[in-house]
Design a protein around this ligand. Structure first.
Ligand code: ADP
Length: 357
């Protein structure tokens, strides 16, 4: 996903995102409404307490010393708040936040305008930083260390290098695959934080707050129900809340999101009691029926399902691993006994198969 935008820090900025309710079709991957529900300051960020506490120290120290923040790396599955934290840090510092992503930076020249635009102390957020090509990665090292770039002009014998000094600014990198980062890049981040799936109580709180922002009402039970089916992910909680609101608008006289409404709305969406969607169940079912329970290579599963392996690795597998429904072994993915049970099936009795479970 390539994103280019600039957020100007400051507590009074108006969010000019689309108005509440302007999205008609439900699309679980639709990120266009993220900004509308995004917490603005660190105080509004729910959950991830230890991470937020540590970031608060980093932030306060930088403010007290009147220095830019150190480069910060955030890793964790999609939708857990990496962009939110980067923007909140910039806002708390009262500085501008430029946003781009690894896939959008295919050559050093793509990065250049961000570097020259970066004001003193500002933040440059690079999403999916593990997807930076090696040439851009090498170009970024002197930027992160010495705030300078070496630009080569011309070719061959007439080539000369210009050394350009930059303002001291902060790179916030986000990645869903910290393991894919090279050690030299990872080591240049002074602060590194991992975001984990959220507790149900925190997701309930996010649902309740966002219901107010969307000018709709939930009950204690319905908020809990939505939270427990959000796969530990705030973005999912927001998407399910929007869908429940649409459903309630159509089916409930006063549009209230009750427990009953959530159950019916999520049944229609084929989201089960744990929050697994049709694609998650299809993934599990593919391992069972095509690969006899595994081990199966990620690419083979992806090709069979006709889904890019990257999508499976980023969006499907982390939660299935967290639920204990699959295991990643050196020989491939294996479904576990509880994964089979979730599909309503039993571990096979054959001697060769039993060892898998
Ligand atoms: P990521 O960058 O990790 O993919 P985002 O920061 O874009 O995730 O988060 C997606 C949405 O989830 C945000 O727009 C926001 O509404 C919500 N969200 C994420 N983290 C939190 C949080 N800690 N508290 C409240 N809402 C959150």
């Amino acid at each position: 996903m390539a994103r280019h935008k600039v957020f100007q820090g400051g507590p009074d900025d108006e969010d000019d995102g689309p108005p509440a309710g302007s999205g008609s079709a439900f699309n679980p991957d639709d990120e266009q409404f993220d900004d509308e529900l995004r917490p603005q300051g660190l105080d509004e960020v729910v959950g991830q307490r230890k991470v937020v506490e540590r970031l608060r120290i980093v932030l306060d120290a930088a403010r007290m010393r009147k220095e830019p923040l150190g480069h910060l790396l955030l890793d964790g599955p999609p939708g857990l708040g990496k962009t939110t934290l980067a923007m909140a840090m910039a806002r708390e510092m009262g500085v501008e936040c430029q946003i781009t992503s690894g896939p959008a930076l295919q050559a050093p020249k793509d990065l250049l305008s961000y570097l020259t635009n970066a004001a003193q102390g500002s933040v440059l957020f690079i999403d999916e930083i593990h997807r930076l090509p090696p040439t851009v990665e090498e170009f970024i090292y002197p930027v992160m260390e010495d705030f300078r770039v070496d630009i080569v002009l011309g070719e061959g014998l007439s080539a000369r290098t210009i050394n350009m000094k930059l303002k001291r600014f902060t790179i916030v990198g986000a990645t869903t695959r910290s393991g894919m980062l090279t050690a030299p890049l990872r080591d240049r981040f002074v602060v590194r934080e991992h975001l984990d799936f959220y507790e149900i109580d925190d997701l309930s709180e996010i649902v309740r707050r966002n219901a107010l922002k969307l000018r709709t009402t939930t009950t204690e039970d319905s908020a809990l129900q939505l939270a427990s089916r959000s796969r530990g992910t705030p973005r999912k909680a927001n998407n399910l809340l929007r869908w429940a609101r649409d459903f309630a608008t159509v089916h409930e006289p006063e549009g209230r999101i009750t427990d009953e409404v959530v159950k019916r709305a999520l049944a229609m969406l084929e989201v089960d009691h744990l929050g697994l969607e049709a694609q998650d169940r299809r993934y599990l079912q593919t391992i069972v029926s095509v690969f006899s329970g595994g081990p199966a290579g990620l690419n083979a599963i992806g090709h069979t399902m006709n889904v890019p392996p990257d999508t499976l690795e980023d969006e499907v597998e982390p939660f299935l691993l967290q639920c204990g429904f699959i295991q990643r072994t050196p020989r491939g993915r294996v479904i576990t006994a509880s994964g089979l049970e979730h599909l309503g099936q039993h571990p096979p009795k054959g001697p060769g198969q039993r060892e898998l479970f």
